[in-house]
Design a protein around this ligand. Sequence first.
Ligand code: PMT
Length: 361
Amino acid sequence: MIPHTPSETPPPNLSALAEDHYFSANPPPKDLEKHIALAKDFIDFHAAAGRRLVLVTSGGTTVPLEKQTVRFIDNFSAGTRGATSAEYFLEAGYAVLFLHRQFSLLPFSRHYSHATDCFLDFLREGPDGSVIARDEDAGKMLHVLRKYREARDKKMLLVLPFVSISDYLHELRSITRLMRPLGPKALLYLAAAVSDFFVPPERMSEHKIQSTDAADSVLQAKKKVAAATEEEETFDNFDSSPKVPRSKRLVVDLDPVPKFLKNLVEGWSPEGMIVSFKLETDPAILVHKARYSLDRYQHHLVIGNLLATRKWEVVFVSPGNPDKWIRVPRNKALTGASPSTASPALAAETQSDEPLDPKSL
Ligand code: PMT
């Protein structure tokens, strides 16, 4: 175990002032007001019924390099954890507000979407020219269809999308504030993969960043000729390719995204139960980083996972408790058999039809 050292540089914290600055400097997504209205109706409806409600965040946030975005940096996440966990929360009676990266996996449809599970592979042509499920798939498909319809008809699932890091943070802040009156009946299950670095708006190009000076010659011929001459003589020592002139490179200069978890715990949702995920690639630091996050933000649970093994093992790190590893047999996690443990965190990576008990969180 790696000890905490006082010299460790803490992540920048989003104080109230910095919070105001971040949210005024980074524009909200264009559909924020619409999403807030939908979320409010959903939350009020379930609050009136005295139901427990979980916000599941899922998928990766992007970091746009241009305001009119052609290029962006992405965070790893297919949305499997979030989409599958959402199904298990529904099964356990929670209303689920599913805040996800646009086009990432969704509860229920995840069984039949994306490259590995294309829905067309589950269908065949009937004798009368109709389209029907293949016999071997029909049982599971019917089960999923019923669960999906039940969630939809009982208004148990609200699905809202985000794309960029600033979309995500605006949506998260607005929704968690709306959930505040739910008190301890609100559960925040933060499985989204959130960017740690971004391009602040004042340094972001409005238009597509150019890889040649062809457009320059049209727009600012004189000025650009002079600049190009100067730039071609300037070589960067940033990497070991001195033959590539600075004018032909794209050097990306990113600022840290302020850490919002403290503001979430203390301000946006002080009474809610907050579960965050910690993704690492180095096994030597996973538990340390999870414990550090828990100590720093003072929430309820950090679920740690490693990129390479996330499908069959996670570690629960919670205040006052020893670290708890939960594992499912690797072949079961991969083939989609039922997990042998009662945790939606691992259910998140299985295709099991057997629900697990979110109370085990
Ligand atoms: O979707 P899958 O393909 O199934 O993959 C699932 C997963 C691996 C993405 C998921 O299990 C997971 O680990 N999600 C969290 C990944 C992540 O963003 O880790 P992190 O170390 O960057 O962030 C940890 C916590 O800090 C997060 O809860 C986040 O809310 C918080 N954070 C992050 C960035 C930031 N600027 N401020 C924050 O407060």
